[in-house]
Design a protein around this ligand. Sequence first.
Ligand SMILES: C[S@@+](CC[C@H](N)C(=O)[O-])C[C@H]1O[C@@H](n2cnc3c(N)ncnc32)[C@H](O)[C@@H]1O
Length: 288
Amino acid sequence: MSETPFPEPKTLKERKSIIASAAEGTRTVQNEEIDGKKYHWEETPLLTHIRNREQLTTSDKIFGTFDATFRDVIPEEYSDIKQYIESVLAPKKGQAIGIELRGTASRLFGEFSPGFFQRTLGVNLTDYRDRIDPLLEAQDVSRNHHVLVGNIVSDETKMKVQEEFLHGQKADIIFERMIAGHSNLPKEPDFLGKQIGFWYEHLSENGVMFLTPPTALWDFIPGWLDIINTQYTDQIEAQYSDDTTEVLRIRKLPGAPEHLPLIDNRNLLREKKSQVLTRRNNTIDAKK
Ligand SMILES: C[S@@+](CC[C@H](N)C(=O)[O-])C[C@H]1O[C@@H](n2cnc3c(N)ncnc32)[C@H](O)[C@@H]1O
């Protein structure tokens, strides 16, 4: 297995120990009560009963369902995330392939219309389904849902997804809903952008990705959106919201470039410098 860049922490030993404690932490996670509602950090359901997006609270968006988290990047004409996905992927019904990165995804895929997906996968540091509901695993077998245990930024896990699950095909939907769970990732914008690029390459034509981008990417997203929305208008659909939590939807349209256009390293540095300067000037102005 080749090394993935991991500037923070630097050594392989430190990195392994962070991943091991993240895996352990995942297994011990409990229900939490926030604003009088029960939430669980793992195995988040797909849908919320709240239809009107204005009524979704901050807690709903952060701790609630996939629908609540991503409602701000679903085109207005769709009532919820399930309706959106099953409409845009309608020609793939019965053949669709779905993946969740950093989640076991039993509840998530279990809430789509039966038979909509041909097969689905959750990739996670641990498989904790037995702790959540002892029936989940058996239901998953009947739905052709699989769980792969692994670190998603490692080459080994990516290769397993390609060889053992995709078998040369591409995914029609890819979810990554991390909320506060990005802490074991490198805080390196170039590396993080390339991770998204890798999964974009494994997305089918008309396929969709829903992402909660890591904090280290937030400053660069507006500049990247400008590039996509001006130079790739009819090829890539990108919708972003930073209203409550940062969420992104990317749809690969027919004729889209094979590789996701990313801000290159030199421009990332240039942009970072100009952001630092702007912030510094704003602070100086505020003090005057
Ligand atoms: C906040 S939970 C979210 C789980 C699920 N996506 C959801 O929305 O319900 C974060 C999950 O990401 C997993 N995770 C964190 N880092 C990971 C990594 N590098 N590779 C695979 N899974 C990872 C953890 O094990 C944990 O289950």
